[in-house]
Design a protein around this ligand. Sequence first.
Ligand SMILES: Nc1nc2c(ncn2[C@@H]2O[C@H](COP(=O)(O)OP(=O)(O)OP(=O)(O)O)[C@@H](O)[C@H]2O)c(=O)[nH]1
Length: 561
Amino acid sequence: MGNGHRKKPFSGKQKKKQLQAKRAKNSSKREEDSDNEAFEALDIHVDESKHVKNEGGSLNKEQISNNKDDNITLPSMRKLFGPSKRLNSVFEKLSPREIKAQRKASMNAFTRLPSTALEVSIKDIYTTIIDFPKRPPWHYGMTKEELETNEEHSFQRWLDDVYDKYPREELSFFEHNLDVWRQLWRVLEISDIILIVVDIRHPLLHFTPSLYNYVVKDMKRKMILVFNKIDLVAEHTVYAWTKYFEEQFPEISIVGFSCYSKDNRIIDDTSTASLQKRMKRPKKRRYQALGIKELLIACKLIKQGVEVNWIELIEQYNRNEAVFDNLSDNTEGKVEKIVDNESQETSSDVEPLDIGEESIKQIENQIRVVDIQSTETSPHKNLITIGLVGHPNVGKSSLINSILGRTVVSISRTPGHTKHFQTIHLSKNVRLCDSPGLVFPSLLPKQLQILSGLFPISQVQEPYSTIQYIAERIPLESILKLDPPENLKNNEWSAWYLCEAFAIKRRYYTKAPRPDVYRAANAILRLINDGRILLSFKPPGFFTSLKYLILQRDDADLPIN
Ligand SMILES: Nc1nc2c(ncn2[C@@H]2O[C@H](COP(=O)(O)OP(=O)(O)OP(=O)(O)O)[C@@H](O)[C@H]2O)c(=O)[nH]1
């Protein structure tokens, strides 16, 4: 006080918020740290204090059906998570019986499958196409309450319908939070071009036919499929997937993309074990995007009513002008967040990367994002909006950052990081719109969802069946250089043994002390998600025509350089 500074009074409520923010920050740090520990069963040092926790955000079926029975609508369900979690993804939980059975099954020896087990087709993956919730019709004469109630009822009907039609145990994890779906509706409404971003390691798992049908056939909007993370696979994998998708979905344009430069050592990505040396994660990575030009060209080729100087944008990129931010108009590179319930889009500075005290208020504003009364409900006449949609963790935010050449939207290895959509101007009349990653309903095995990174590993209740799925397809024991446990007979590994051996190697122990098998399983899943252990699916016929593809590569018009 003597120095003229007065401490601001700090209420209990503020303190609580501060603690919540701190906890959120620590938990994401714990996850990052746990990742860093992981690789080198090989040589990494281990910090025993860092354990991955199974965190909230999940909703079990009992809770859902209770709500249904009691005729409680979704807003009441939201109360389960509290207002601050309004935009948190909500997934169903496994029952203890399911967890126990899967855990037991993981103790049985598995059989290694031939490499063709990595080939998947649209028919294998989507035996049934489940519709996703659509925004019910609305008009400006409706009050906000009417609109919201309508949406809640329609969403509840959709949810009931899904659970009536499909056996619960066959349903994949999918988004149960209406507010997250609302974000998608808004992005679809305001976008002229929809970029579906998929991870090239498992593009079919991330490509949602119901969304494709809706955007291309019902909304008659243009769609570009972006194969992201092409730095993680060989060229022939990108080529093969491009050909496959071109045949299956002729209406969409396809672009290969990567936020980081390619590792030229990946000539063949089918032999995972030989690739491991390059798989150590660099401490810090710089955006060095591949595919920006191709993406801009794809947008340019889509005929629009709006006059856009695509040539200038492309030339600018060609001139390597550290991207778009040196244009004179102050709309360039501007980040907009939809912050107000009164539908104002306001610009703000670069997205803060950490959830610090400072950002709490901002985050709270963002939580009130769902601006259903917005005047901006269809594409602008004088503006092209390119909306990015896709599953969590496929790299939507990174793609935007690498186009801009700097961090404008925050990214994380934890799926479901982006919570609200935001727009970023590339030029006066071109803007990108990032949206939260959203898991669509399907009958995909949950193991596939987990290994493809669309479900937060910290929330995986039963990781062993996923480890088994992986180990059946790639030689995890040799990749991780595991010592066989004493009681292993005839080299008959089980998923459980693999995790146990990895826990011992990494010195992961529980307090008991026993090898911390759960933690080891989580660590392996993170290595897979990060691409430090390579597991990449291929289109049908890939392995038989691999030789042909490699031979053809020199002459072919490959989608990447
Ligand atoms: N190797 C590689 N990793 C990438 C690439 N793009 C993104 N990643 C990584 O993928 C993870 C997820 O990236 P994000 O940009 O946060 O993904 P998102 O789709 O916005 O995720 P949500 O916020 O969950 O919707 C991060 O760890 C990124 O570093 C890429 O081109 N190559």
